[in-house]
Write a protein that binds this ligand. Structure first.
Ligand code: HPA
Ligand code: MG
Length: 219
């Protein structure tokens, strides 16, 4: 049986920047293109279908984890609502909500997070929640978010993440829906950032040393 996600191997070297269009201001800052925008779309179309078939006609509260999740969220929901229009016999009513996660100040040791923005989480009581995230890295953030959400009594919580990183030190957490499993490299684009840069890039790319230096935060 095939895996439930697309595995990008460690040896994969991606596509040359020169073969696709990237903004001029990022041309010198990228190693290669790991996942072109078109492939993200095609994979997202399938995830939308999987979610649509699993949920069927129960209402769904789609919770976007900002900022990194916003592009995947809008594309995923657009594809689910396309299915809603085209299937005469079933459709999934969707509520939308948006949250941001903040670390508590001086929480480096504990890594505790809090949820900011969005509607009152008490509104999740009895709802089928779909958390939409850009990337699962260590898994710690998502495990903490799920613990917070569980306190508000949702009927169910599922997670869709466009990317999962193969990373030493991972908690082993796996989302319900995964787009791609990627090597342990820092990726940017399609709303994933490096110090707030590169969200305005369509493809998912590997940042190079030049980019890391250019957009480093200097104190
Ligand atoms: N890119 C952007 N944001 C991230 C990454 C990454 O590779 N890992 C965790 N957050
Ligand atoms: Mg994120």
């Amino acid at each position: 049986m095939s895996e439930s996600f697309i595995r990008i191997p460690d040896k994969y070297s991606g596509y040359a920047i020169s073969h696709f269009c990237v903004p001029k201001h990022y041309e010198d800052d990228l190693e290669d293109i790991m996942i072109p925008w078109g492939l993200i779309q095609d994979r997202t179309e399938r995830l939308a279908r999987d979610i649509f078939q699993d949920v069927r006609d129960e209402p769904l509260t789609a919770l976007c984890v900002l900022k990194g999740g916003y592009r995947f969220y809008t594309d995923l929901l657009e594809k689910i609502t396309t299915l809603n229009r085209s299937h005469g016999s079933v459709s999934v009513p969707i509520n939308v909500d948006f949250i941001r996660l903040k670390s508590y100040e001086n929480a480096e040791s504990t890594g505790e997070i809090r949820v900011v923005g969005g509607d009152n989480l008490n509104g999740l009581r009895g709802q089928n929640v779909l958390v939409v995230e850009d990337i699962i890295d260590t898994g710690r953030t998502m495990e903490k978010l799920l613990a917070i959400l569980a306190k508000h009594g949702p009927k169910s919580v599922k997670v869709a993440s466009l990317l999962v990183k193969r990373r030493p030190g991972s908690t082993g957490y796996r989302p319900d829906y995964t787009g791609f499993e990627i090597p342990d490299k820092f990726v940017v684009g399609y709303a994933l950032d490096y110090n707030e840069y590169f969200r305005d890039l369509n493809h998912i790319c590997v940042i190079n040393e030049n980019g890391k230096k250019k957009y480093a935060v200097t104190h």
